[in-house]
Design a protein around this ligand. Structure first.
Ligand SMILES: NC(=O)c1ccc[n+]([C@@H]2O[C@H](COP(=O)([O-])OP(=O)(O)OC[C@H]3O[C@@H](n4cnc5c(N)ncnc54)[C@H](O)[C@@H]3O)[C@@H](O)[C@H]2O)c1
Ligand SMILES: [Zn+2]
Length: 368
């Protein structure tokens, strides 16, 4: 078992990793996190992992009620949160009940938002079961749901009381979802960790490598630990994204969100869109002269070797459309589009663009 702390004064918590789902109940009991849990999960994850969590809780005299949501981002809505309120009312959830979010980022975001708002706030434990959720969405306290007009438009900061990571759950995760999470892993390498980036280059040599063979369980554990450490240190310094640090986690995301919107979330998974966004950001940075061509090439090569896309394909993804959509991103400040651009492997810089023309010119042309 490995432990990391996220230090946020009275909101501090542990990320416990390299552990098993069956042990969670014992930990909850020992840490005094609640005598009763309200487990929120989805149909896919429930089939594989709900019974082991439930049994572990009951063995430790913790009362359990569960809600199984349908699978998919399209259920990350206020309507689902309302269903959770109704289920909680029926189950007699009270302020001493702890919400357990068991699943990927969708379950984590919805259950986290439910926990943030029901009875003015309940404790929440994040139990991520996708790589993306383990390295990113379960840590940092961002919770929320989508509106028809855009993703994550309603939400709240609500730090969990505990993040419980059992990397063995990744064994059942489809390869495409593993690659999806790897996009966020590459992100951490580029924004903060040259050594992590170098290790990933060795794991995914030229010529291609099967993702499950490249990501042995020992390597995955170390990757998850490193990424959670980076995210924890950033969140500690800028919990509410007001100090200009947490925004570096958006590397690849302003482009990525525009790509997701342009393709109506149908063509690319989130990580795939972020991969495209990181490659585009690298090419822009190179054109601006702030990133060496060799570094831009390394970023794009690694993304490709992991099996993620680097050049958007399709009429809806022209630079003109992407630039227009980026202006609608919720991170636009005072009319300027702010992009996080790499200045090396391990460092990034936020740059504001007032005019779309500049972005369109930078985004035009293909791979470097
Ligand atoms: N809150 C944050 O800080 C933050 C950060 C990044 C992303 N997000 C959000 O996270 C969501 C994406 O999360 P995701 O990529 O985990 O997607 P997801 O939750 O939809 O999970 C992907 C798929 O994998 C399945 N699954 C989950 N665990 C499994 C397992 N162990 N074995 C087999 N199948 C499994 C799910 O049922 C789903 O079909 C988006 O809504 C995004 O906005 C939030
Ligand atoms: Zn992301």
């Amino acid at each position: 078992m490995k432990k990391l702390v996220v230090s946020l004064k009275e909101r501090s918590y542990f990320i416990v990793m390299d552990t098993s789902l069956g042990e969670l109940g014992k930990y909850i009991a020992a840490a005094g996190l609640g005598k009763r849990v309200f487990i929120v999960t989805n149909a896919v994850v429930a089939k594989k992992y709900l019974s082991v969590v439930t049994a572990g809780c009951r063995r430790n005299a913790i009362a359990v009620s569960t809600v199984i949501l349908p699978d998919g981002e399209k259920y990350k809505t206020l309507a689902t949160v309302e269903k959770l309120y109704a289920a909680a009312l029926k189950a007699g959830v009270d302020r001493s009940t702890c919400v357990v979010a068991l699943g990927g980022g969708v379950v984590g975001d919805v259950a986290g938002f439910f926990a943030a708002t029901y009875l003015r706030g309940l404790s929440c434990i994040q139990v991520p079961t996708t790589l993306l959720a383990m390295v990113d969405s379960s840590v940092g306290g961002k919770t929320g749901v989508d509106l028809p007009d855009g993703k994550n438009l309603v939400g709240s900061f609500h730090q969990p009381k505990l993040v419980w990571i059992d990397p063995a759950t990744l064994v059942t995760l489809p390869a495409r979802q593993l690659r999806n999470g790897m996009a966020e892993v590459i992100k951490y390498g580029v924004i903060r960790d040259t050594a992590l980036f170098g290790r990933l280059e060795k794991m995914f040599p030229a010529g291609g490598m099967d993702i499950s063979a490249a990501l042995t369980s020992a390597r995955l554990s170390r990757i998850i630990f490193d990424c959670c450490s980076i995210k924890a240190r950033i969140v500690e310094k800028d919990e509410f994204e007001t100090k200009g640090l947490r925004e570096i986690l958006n590397f690849g995301h302003t482009f990525g969100h525009a790509i997701e919107t342009a393709t109506q979330y149908r063509s690319y998974l989130h990580g795939e869109a972020v991969a495209l966004g990181m490659a585009m950001a690298a090419r822009c940075a190179m054109k601006m002269g702030i990133l060496a061509p060799a570094a831009a090439r390394r970023i794009q090569q690694l993304i490709e070797r992991v099996g993620l896309p680097i050049v958007p394909v399709g009429r809806m993804l022209s630079p003109l459309i992407i630039a227009g959509l980026m202006r609608r991103d919720k991170k636009v400040k005072e009319g300027s589009v702010r992009l996080i651009l790499p200045t090396g492997i391990g460092s990034v810089k936020a740059i504001s663009f007032k005019s779309d023309t500049e972005i369109i010119n930078l985004c035009s042309g293909g791979e470097a």
